[in-house]
Write a protein that binds this ligand. Structure first.
Ligand SMILES: CC(C)(COP(=O)(O)OP(=O)(O)OC[C@H]1O[C@@H](n2cnc3c(N)ncnc32)[C@H](O)[C@@H]1OP(=O)(O)O)[C@@H](O)C(=O)NCCC(=O)NCCS
Length: 141
């Protein structure tokens, strides 16, 4: 539906990493309609031991219905199945609703990472936004 057209280069790059085995792009689909996504990165942002969960998005009209929690649980299962012991993510501190959801799902703050924003021709914009890093231990049942 064109919601993420501007992110097409990132989508292509992550798909390439998925084919190479270092990323996973989960998609929740109903009747051929994509409802939500969650990506896992096993190199770069994350590692095999502690992959990074990112690009968690639920189609806006369907937010707040439990789909986000459900696809995050699926991503955790996928990480666990690939041998991960922990999982981490980064969230903007102003995203209060997402922070609350992650806390409810067992993610705990472990630090901050400065996020540098880049404008036209890679000119650095200021001030940089700090991202809250959260991590969760993946217990095996
Ligand atoms: C954050 C997000 C993935 C959560 O998915 P979701 O399907 O709305 O979440 P669920 O229905 O499973 O859980 C609802 C919880 O999410 C919170 N929430 C976050 N954003 C919400 C929104 N836009 N609408 C309703 N609830 C939202 C609710 O407060 C609720 O928390 P609570 O159970 O502690 O009260 C989703 O709202 C979204 O795509 N937001 C925009 C993109 C984004 O911010 N992604 C996270 C980047 S780190």
């Amino acid at each position: 539906m064109g919601l993420y057209t501007r992110d097409r280069a990132i989508i292509h790059e992550t798909f390439r990493k998925q084919r190479a085995g270092s990323a996973l792009m989960l998609l929740a689909v109903s009747n051929d309609v994509p409802l939500a996504q969650a990506w896992l990165d096993f190199t770069g942002r994350g590692s095999k031991q502690c992959p990074s969960l990112w690009a968690v998005r639920v189609f806006p009209p369907l937010q707040g219905c439990g789909i986000g929690a459900w696809i995050i649980a699926s991503a955790e299962d996928a990480a666990r199945a690939r041998g991960a012991s922990d999982i981490k993510l980064e969230v903007e501190p102003e995203n209060i609703l997402a922070l609350r959801l992650y806390a409810r799902l067992g993610y705990r703050p472990v630090g901050w990472r400065p996020k540098l924003e880049f404008g036209v021709a890679n000119e650095r914009r200021s001030p940089p936004v700090d991202l809250q890093i959260m991590q969760k231990e993946l217990r095996t049942c």
